[in-house]
Design a protein around this ligand. Sequence first.
Ligand SMILES: Cc1ncc(COP(=O)(O)O)c(C=O)c1O
Length: 378
Amino acid sequence: MPNFSKRIDRSGSDSTKWTKYRDRDVIPFWVADMDFEAPDFVLKALHERIEHGVLGYAEPQPAVIDAACKWFWYRFNWNVDPDWIVWIPGVVPGLNIAARAIGSEDDALMTMTPVYPPFLSVPANSNKRLLASPLLYDGEKWHMDFDDIENKAPSASGLLLSNPQNPTGRVYSKSELSKLADISLANDVIVVSDEVHWGIVLDKNRKHVPIASLNNEFALKTITLIASTKTYNIAGVNCALGVIPDSALRERFVEETTGLVSHISPLAYAASLATFLDQSSWVNDLIAYLRINRDILEHCVDETPGLAMAHVEGTYLGWIDARSLQVEDPATFFETHGLGFSNGVDFDGHGFVRFNFACPRDLLLEGIERLKKAAGSC
Ligand SMILES: Cc1ncc(COP(=O)(O)O)c(C=O)c1O
């Protein structure tokens, strides 16, 4: 059983998350990586690759391609043809490449908000317009507004989907995804689906469904961006897959990478191969640990006047509504109370903060004490 409660000092390391507050008594609960060691079998694969000694340019070998296709089948019952896969160094580069490969200049790309900040800048990066469709909150969960999406779809050439959704923690059901797929197909909208959080499904009655796996006709209108980096906590190793069943769309995607997107490191292939071959209990153990962290955080927020939070079905991110505290800028306010959250404004969520609860439990409990104290001071 992995020891997720082990405290690892990341403060002196190159960690983006911990460097930000290096000289301050602020616990970082922001950027989406976990304060856990990667699994032994991934570290072993990296050590073995380094032992070879030569780290030149690398190509995906049949073993990793084959393992990826079997992984799609084993994890999601999705039959992926090896030709559909494009290897890229990250999901965010994939979003930007996809936006360039779709439609023409000045077209609109739709996305549901609040959403992971790069989604909001991707359209402008490719001289396109952002068409936001706000998610609706029913007091428990966030939902797509299908009437609004249907109204806006005729003016969009693409739709950027985050599923499991960052930051609201929704894991969309098959019927929600089918509805979205039908609207997209009817309006000739290409769906770019970022599924990087596929492995962190916390609710037992939820399952990650790749939207492209729903039907073959719709699959031809999709670009799926997926990686094992979040689930196995190897985000810094930089490897992702674009799955693009339509050959013309795939060619346009590949063309857009030329000269701009770097080769994938041999270490990334080695680590990814190890994750695709994994059939151990590591992911289930991780989920069991995160589920308890989630429950602790949800309980604390429920009990704290001025705070509210949707139930987190998936991801390790709590989307906390702090509007009732009536502070000007919640992220800065919490920082002054020793809590480093992601600022909701960056996600198109004014008055919200995002709490990354993927950390050893004692650190989470320390954060929760600070959260209660901060809210109580208002
Ligand atoms: C929804 C989502 N997409 C993409 C990324 C980043 O992916 P990558 O590091 O592969 O670019 C993140 C990281 O937090 C994320 O939450």
